[in-house]
Design a protein around this ligand. Structure first.
Ligand code: SAH
Ligand code: SF4
Ligand code: F3S
Length: 477
């Protein structure tokens, strides 16, 4: 079960970098990330660029020469949290007037110079496609000028930059396969903050995954806002202008996943996010063909009502979505399925909310990220529709969705008891250093005694009991 709070909890503060600078410049960087996995993946690019310039890192912002906050603009509360943090950081200028503060990512892109002019919170504003320019912008800011680059690109994929891994476990790595989004869902700010969709050269993706495997990683998650729309046709040609022949010669998502799966059978492959309107049976067939592609699909539904989905501009109906779920269950009978849900979108009625609940019952999700609607400036919904569901109604609907998901999750977890699960070990369990934790293919957490096992190994665990979201058992075989 994941709610908004849970996502925020995953915020990494003052990340530790694995690679020290070759030529240190004596300066310390404090880097903090908010938002989705793609933002975390971008922070790994930022870290790489700055370490090459000689920065080392710190987890204590009070001793930093450079504070960078990689931000999210998806909902109002995400932005408010960042503003609060920036107020705190600004205070260190009293004791260290030379310290520089930069805001990166989606909020930087959305608010642009407003950060420098009205809010006067930071010295630098850098959008998601401008990270190569960071060293120049820092130089500008050091001479007292306000530095800003929020230009969005149609080509930038940072394909040639080897990220510095910022994850905590050294077992699972995130690899961006594309950037931007062309979908224009009416509630969503991402197309404005991340720009046009573009795919990354598959060879550079395979190389990055291989390097991760060689460095000890055993799982890669391929990231994009709509991975099913991945298409590389050489030279970054746009899909719309390709001839049928060129399309046939290009690499699609199913083919890319196969290339990554073939790197090594001990490298697990996951991906996020799939879009219901674009998810094809090809992808499901490739998942069925390779043991090391995990049986887990994140397929955000947003709403169970076709009228609401139409207003959201999602490009599918309730029936279409359920047909895609049926295809998953047919081709991959033990696939874990998760989703995203928004409650209280413009004009959503009580009956339409009930349709969301009935769809959740019908699908039986393993877990879900659930949100109440937050109107975002410039989006289609903000311009066309009234945000007319009262806050208390949005929240009541959200708690109904959360409660139902809690039931669904515990049913799903209980179904895993008595079965053997192949688990990739990620580290110690939260509660005890005598116990290890890992995940099964469906992404469910499994806990078992440590014995001689270690992080990065695969083990088969017979689940003997469970809590609402965790399986507990013993290694067998
Ligand atoms: N590309 C993904 C979603 C990325 S944003 C997809 O299309 O599924 C992650 C989730 O945040 C969305 O799925 C949606 O559930 C939620 N979200 C996005 N904009 C929102 C808004 N304005 N208010 C509330 N939730 C929102
Ligand atoms: Fe936003 Fe829709 Fe794109 Fe997802 S697919 S990032 S919800 S516009
Ligand atoms: Fe947030 Fe930007 Fe990701 S708005 S969810 S950080 S793409």
């Amino acid at each position: 079960m994941r709610t908004d709070e849970k996502i925020i909890d995953e915020t990494v503060q003052g990340e530790v970098l694995m690679r020290p600078p070759k030529l240190a410049n004596g300066k310390k960087l404090f880097l903090e990330s908010y938002g989705c996995q793609m933002n975390f993946s971008d922070s790994e690019i930022v870290a790489s660029i700055l370490i090459d310039k000689g920065y080392s890192t710190t987890q204590n912002y009070k001793e930093a020469d450079l504070i960078l906050v990689n931000t999210c603009a998806i909902r109002d509360n995400a932005e408010n949290r960042v503003r609060q943090r920036l107020q705190d950081y600004k205070k260190i200028k009293k004791s260290n007037p030379d310290a520089l503060i930069g805001v990166l990512g989606c909020m930087a892109e959305r608010l642009k110079s407003q950060f420098l002019e009205q809010e006067k919170l930071v010295d630098m504003v850098v959008g998601p496609d401008a990270y190569r320019d960071l060293p120049n912008l820092i130089e500008q800011a050091e001479t007292g000028q306000k530095a800003i680059n929020v230009i969005l690109s149609k080509e930038e994929t940072y394909a040639d930059i080897a990220p510095v891994r910022l994850d905590k476990n050294g077992v699972s790595a995130f690899v961006s396969i594309m950037r931007g989004c062309d979908n224009m869902c009416s509630f969503c700010v991402v197309p404005f903050t991340r720009g046009r969709e573009r795919s990354r050269d598959p060879q550079s993706i395979v190389k990055e995954c291989k390097e991760a495997f060689d460095a000890g990683y055993r799982e890669v998650t391929l990231l994009g806002q709509n991975v099913d729309s991945y298409l590389w046709s050489g030279g970054g040609l746009k899909k719309e202008i390709l001839t049928e022949e060129q399309k046939a010669a290009s690499t699609n998502f199913a083919q890319l996943m196969e290339m990554v799966a073939l790197i090594n059978p001990d490298l697990r492959v996951r991906f996020s996010t799939s879009h219901p309107k674009d998810m094809t049976d090809d992808v499901l067939q490739i998942m069925a063909k390779y043991e090391n592609i995990c049986n887990n699909i994140h397929l955000p539904v947003q709403s169970g009502s076709s009228r609401v989905l139409d207003m959201m501009n999602r490009g599918y109906s309730r029936e279409w979505y359920l047909e895609r779920i049926a295809a998953i269950k047919k081709i991959l009978p033990d696939c874990g399925i998760s989703t995203d849900i928004i409650t209280g979108f413009c004009s959503e009625t009580e009956d339409e909310h009930q349709e969301t609940l009935s769809l959740m019952r019908e699908v039986g999700y393993d877990y879900a990220y659930m949100f109440s609607y937050s109107e975002r400036p410039k989006t289609l919904a903000e311009r066309k529709y009234k945000d007319d569901v009262p806050e208390n109604v949005k929240n009541r609907r959200l708690s109904e969705v959360v409660n139902l998901q809690r039931e669904n999750s515990s049913i799903k977890t209980a179904q895993g008891v008595g079965k053997v699960h192949r688990v990739l070990i990620e580290g110690f369990s939260k509660k005890s250093e005598e116990m290890l934790m890992g995940r099964n293919s469906q992404n469910m957490v499994v806990v078992f005694p440590k014995d001689n096992h270690k992080k990065g190994d695969y083990v088969n665990v017979l689940a003997e009991r469970c809590t609402t979201s965790t399986l507990i058992g013993n290694v067998v075989g």
